[in-house]
Write a protein of this length. Sequence first.
Length: 204
Amino acid sequence: MKYTALCITAFFLSHLTPAPAIAQTNRAIEISIFGIGPAVDSEAVRSVQRVIGKAVARGIVDNYITYGYGIEGGSSSCIELSPNQDDRSLLQLERELLQIQPNPATTSYNVKTVAACNKQVTNLVQASEQLADTQWLLEDLGGTSAIANPPQPTLRFVSTNRIEGQGGCNQYSANSQFDGEQITISNQYCLILKQEVFKSIQIL
C-alpha cells in the first residue's frame, strides 16, 4: 500500500509543470540623447522633442519626466502611456524614436521600453539637473507681491550650479548649490551696484 501511494505521488510530481511567470507589461519608454564630446546633434534632439510633443498633444502620453541634462547638450527622459493606450501605441512610439538617427560622432542615443517611469529623484545631482534650463518668476517677497511692480524679478538655472536673471532694475548672475531643501546662492555679480538678488530660496 505504501509502495502504491509513493508511485502515485511520483507520477503526479513528474507531470507537474511550473506556473508560467507573469509577464511584465512595459508602459513607458526611457530616452537618452547626449553629446559625447562635441555638442549634441541639435536636429536629432528637436526630432525627439517633436515625437514626444505630438504624443502628449494626442493624449497618447500623460507622463513626461526629465531625469537630467548633459553638459554637451541633450537630456535623459521618460514618457509613460496614458491609461487608455495599449501595447500598439508603445510600439509605434518606440518605432518613431528609433527612426531618429543622430550623428554617432557627436551624440549618444538610447531608447528602451520599461515598466514605468521613475517618478522619484534619487539623488541631489539629479535634483539639480532637473532644475537646469528652467526659469522662475518671483511672485512675493516677505509677503509683498512682486507681480504688481514690473519688471517682475526672474531666476533662471543655466546649469546645475549657476543661475542668472533679472533683479527688477538690473541683471545678475551667481553660483548656486542645491542641498535637497533649499538653494544657497553665492558670489553674486550685478551690472549695477544696487543689487536686488535672491539670497536663498526655500523649496516647498
